[in-house]
Design a protein around this ligand. Structure first.
Ligand code: SF4
Length: 449
């Protein structure tokens, strides 16, 4: 065969992985707007030139370079990076150098397709003459999204702590938005306030994050919360409370989910979405769980080398989980003295809930392990309805939908599946309106949390 026609996959190992980010521009896709911007700010504080790419503007490109069988978030992010590169090439002309950038695309190890996005996108980027020099920086859930190698070793732990903290602040600002907006004195006040607050917190995290001056950062957050509370009109009575679960990208990317939270609010809801920190805690929890199981097996087989390896993993994942849950509790306890925002359950608690109901096992993995017990906790917590938001054909969310449908009937709590691709379904509004009618009835009969 002619050499030019041989496809080799060397690029998947050479140009996808963990790369040092010094002297590079780190391009981060915008998933949930606030969390992504705050994370980029922390990176900048550590000297990394991090930028958030415009999202959804390149959707046509994303669709052109995918077959339609890929998950929707893969199409969107494919479009985001192609569009960004196209615009940079126009802006910089002859000075455009794809090697100056690292495109940040994390992954999760099976069993669903998130582990394949960066491989697929690598193949597409390699098909462009210059973009084969654009490296994909990939962090994996396999090692709990370790940041080792991207900056000097002595600062890796601090970067990880500050990055996690930025996700917590992002979760709080999101929850503040959903808590205030349904009760705002004038339409538009909350959106403008949250946008301003996001930039303020980004500036604060960039400045104080590297020194891990978390208390000072929380002081600023408290000022923001105090200001936000003044937007609430006390004359507006409480509204039905709706919980959202689902696939992390779709439920947090407002373009991709056609701004489902705002649509629900339009029909009279107050909404709480599952958090980003929950997924990070889950990857640490799952790593610890797998290490414990591996250690038990190695012990029975008396394989010392393996025992040592799993012990090391247990210490590493256990340490991360302990720190993250500790930090999360600290942040929420400061915030909860000022405003009633929903708090996360620990992942251990969610596993217990799943086992009590005997609906699925954590050995299966994926976000179904969080969504199913999350739905049960919403129902137990007095929510008036639950919405599952996910990409069309998403495997974990389809599992969730199949399992919880009958359960929600039994519990008598309204439940709605909202799968998305880039099309607009004609019956979408009607389905949401009907769901909100049921949620309202539930609210009238049972009240709310
Ligand atoms: S979680 Fe769903 S959308 Fe995401 S990669 Fe897996 S199957 Fe695809």
């Amino acid at each position: 065969m002619e050499a030019g026609k041989v496809i080799d996959f060397q690029s998947l190992t050479e140009n996808v992985g963990r790369f040092n980010l010094s002297n590079k521009t780190c391009l981060i896709p915008e998933m949930n707007r606030i969390g992504s911007h705050l994370l980029a700010a922390v990176f900048r504080g550590f000297g990394i030139n991090a930028k958030i790419m415009d999202t959804y503007k390149g959707l046509d490109l994303g669709r052109e370079y995918t077959s339609g069988k890929e998950c929707y978030p893969c199409q969107i992010t494919m479009g985001d990076i192609l569009y960004y590169m196209q615009e940079e090439a126009k802006r910089l002309g002859d000075d455009f150098d794809p090697e100056a950038y690292i495109y940040f695309m994390p992954e999760a190890d099976g069993p669903c397709r998130f582990g394949m996005y960066n491989k697929y996108q690598r193949i597409v980027l390699d098909s462009f003459p210059d973009l084969n020099r654009l490296k994909i920086g990939s962090l994996s859930s396999e090692d709990g999204y370790s940041l080792a190698g991207i900056i000097e070793d002595s600062r890796v732990r601090d970067l990880r702590k500050a990055s996690y903290f930025s996700l917590l602040i992002g979760d709080i600002l999101d929850r503040l938005l959903w808590r205030i907006r349904p009760y705002e004195k004038e339409p538009g006040l909350t959106d403008a306030f949250i946008e301003r607050s996001m930039h303020l917190m980004a500036e604060t995290l960039e400045r104080l994050g590297p020194a891990k001056n978390f208390n000072k950062i929380l002081d600023k957050l408290e000022e923001i919360i105090a200001e936000g509370k003044r937007i609430i009109d006390p004359a507006v009575p409480p509204k039905p409370l709706i919980g959202i679960v689902g696939e992390i990208y779709l439920r947090t990317h407002v373009h991709a989910n056609q701004d489902v939270i705002r649509v629900l609010e339009g029909y009279g809801a107050e909404v709480v979405n599952a958090s980003i920190a929950e997924w990070v805690n889950y990857t640490s929890y799952d790593g610890l769980r797998a290490a414990k199981a591996g250690f038990g097996l190695a012990l029975r087989q008396f394989r010392l080398g393996l025992m040592k390896k799993y012990l090391k993993d247990m210490i590493s994942f256990g340490g991360d989980l302990f720190y993250q849950e500790f930090r999360q509790k600290k942040v929420y306890s400061r915030v909860s003295s000022m405003i009633d925002l929903a708090e996360d359950h620990s992942v251990g608690h969610l596993e217990k809930t799943l086992m009590e109901e005997d609906l699925l096992n954590f050995d299966v993995g994926t976000e179904a392990c969080l969504s199913i017990p999350g739905i049960i906790e919403y129902a137990r917590g007095g929510y008036n309805g639950v919405v599952n938001v996910y990409p069309f054909t998403c495997m974990p969310s389809t599992i969730t939908s199949a399992i919880v449908g009958p359960l929600m009937n039994e519990l008598g709590v309204p439940y709605l599946d909202t799968p998305y691709d880039s099309s607009t379904q004609p019956g979408r509004e009607a389905a949401i309106r009907t769901f909100m009618y049921q949620a309202n009835q539930h609210f009238k009969r049972n009240g709310r949390k």
